[in-house]
Design a protein around this ligand. Sequence first.
Ligand SMILES: Nc1ncnc2c1ncn2[C@@H]1O[C@H](COP(=O)(O)OP(=O)(O)O)[C@@H](O)[C@H]1O
Ligand SMILES: Nc1ccn([C@H]2C[C@H](O)[C@@H](COP(=O)(O)OP(=O)(O)O)O2)c(=O)n1
Length: 676
Amino acid sequence: MYDIPFLDLPPLRRAGGTVRLPGSKSISNRVLLLAALSAGRTVVRDLLDSDDTRVMLEALQTLGCGLERLDATTVAVTGLAGRLPVRQAALFLGNAGTAMRPLTAALALLAAREGGHFELRGVPRMHERPIGDLVQALRQLGAGVDHLGQEGYPPLRVRGPAALHLEAPIRVRGDVSSQFLTALLLALPLVAQAQPVTVEVAGELISKPYVEMTLKLLARFGVAVQRDGWRRFTIPAGARYVTPGEVHVEGDASAASYFIAAGALAATAQPVTIEGVGLASIQGDVAFADAARAMGAVVEGEANRLHVHRGAWPLRALDLDCNAIPDAAMTLAVLALYADGPSTLRGIGSWRVKETDRIAAMAAELRRLGATVEEGPDWLRVHPLPANGWRAAALHTYDDHRMAMCGSLAAFNPARQPVRILDPRCVAKTFPDYFETLWQVVEADPTDIPVICIDGPSASGKGTLAAALARRLGYHVLDSGALYRLVGLAAARAGVPTDAAALQDEAVQARLGELARTLPARFDGGRVWLGQEDVTTELRSEEAGAAASRVSAVPAVRAGLLALQRAFRRLPGLVADGRDMGTVIFPDAALKVFLTASARARAERRHEQLRARNEHASIESLLAELEARDARDRARSVAPLAAAEDALLLDNTHQTIEESVEAVLGWWAQRRPFEV
Ligand SMILES: Nc1ncnc2c1ncn2[C@@H]1O[C@H](COP(=O)(O)OP(=O)(O)O)[C@@H](O)[C@H]1O
Ligand SMILES: Nc1ccn([C@H]2C[C@H](O)[C@@H](COP(=O)(O)OP(=O)(O)O)O2)c(=O)n1
């Protein structure tokens, strides 16, 4: 997950390959609640691990549910059997509508029957998302529900006991959010014992597929609701939740929309294959595939898998009522930028009360990209962008995961403009690893992937600076010195001598070159591996540094490491540190920094590093060794240590690490094309 202020996506050229999607948010939270209300143990597999499921799990735990995490995506829930072991609690539900609405309904009814007192709150945006229609329906039933803030919005208090009136049909509005109906359908089986309970929907029900999903999941937990059109829903008398024992959560169909879109835009050689969602899905958003087909994408599928590639190009403009696919419809708004005429999305009034006002947000951000967009109370019209109309934009995401994921699709623009996604962490709501997953199935031209080079002498702070920049930008790092150190180590392991005399021998040079070319190097979470051996500590020794400096003068070694180093240039970008990053390995780098500090300052830093590792050496000997190494690195005939002509000099003798990082980020900002 990228927990950084912004993430820059280079222009993307192609899509293809296989992705496995995380579990559906809507199914995950419904199943967790159903398991919590049932008796016995339910093993929930392929559960989504995200902000919204985390708040649901925390709430259930607070309410006394037994939760056992079996692995990253499997949780065993021991249900409450419709009882309330905890009678008083304050629940924080973040911005998860799929937790707030059903928990309000379930707790209101349970508290009415058994007594209790519960407060439900969320983030500030949650307190702007309407819930008054659900509160009214619960009050009709006789449940005690109070607004703690603004009338009609969370935070709420539910309290009991209270006498419930279950005879008359309960009326609930269906035209603002279908989650009110879903919440009642999930909660009412708890109290439909002596008589059936009927819910009547007032107004045209929106997002019907989500209600259908609720009904299917209720059936899995033993409650068969009778449905009369989309107006009347009856829960039979004697309803009781029965755990199916084990439930597999489908991949998230709304999340699939981004990968279907990527396929429609750029899968020209091989298809994008999406695992975990397919034609047998119970999620309404699989219907996004039909909308993508209408725009020209080729989408084929099996029960649990979809294959997508580009068909019509440019895409065909679309005029669609998106009522049934409100979430995935956002993806269509971005696809419309690549169409052959204006596209109109209708029936999207519910966008206004989602994580943000999505109509306003989408219109504003598409305009930032250069597009002409018209909007109405419940519709959006997007005009396509001509190739020369795209701007390099920093897209705002409004703490809305879908705005961020949609924004990424602008990176396929034919103008090859990069795209900046502000606050990319917001994808954590439903898809924490969205961007990492995207990198698996998209490709950029290597020359479009930005590289920042940090070259300079030993102990100038290159590694420290490179790592800090990479962390801040979400980029990969290449510690090229470590590769030369590894070659030195590999030589020692193989019994190849690396003293000055031996290095004159052509046979030795050739063997070293071969070791470099086939180096089994692996970098993994701060550890460095040579084949099966963890050499992290050994690699940092002064001896390994000196050996690296010696072997690095051998042309065959440098040539042998060339391809390996360039392979580090992967999406979304790279910070490379070494001696010749800017001069030889990445001469086209977007920013080159030559980092220096006085020899004494560097010797003192090395001394400090060694002291921290409980190794001891005098500053004077370190200074001498460091100057000898600098001299050797500068004097060698191939790729000597030298600043590239277009490098910016940074002398950090009197700077803190943070000051160096800020200086380079400042230079980087100036080189980026974004209009903020
Ligand atoms: N600007 C700086 N000011 C003070 N110390 C620094 C600075 N940059 C790095 N250091 C320290 O110097 C030491 C050497 O840095 P390192 O990144 O290993 O250098 P290099 O990769 O150039 O050999 C580290 O302990 C680091 O914390
Ligand atoms: N791109 C590079 C990186 C390192 N080297 C050589 C020269 C250096 O003395 C050794 C060790 O590099 P490293 O960056 O790990 O060493 P320091 O931490 O700066 O002391 O490798 C190189 O020739 N080219």
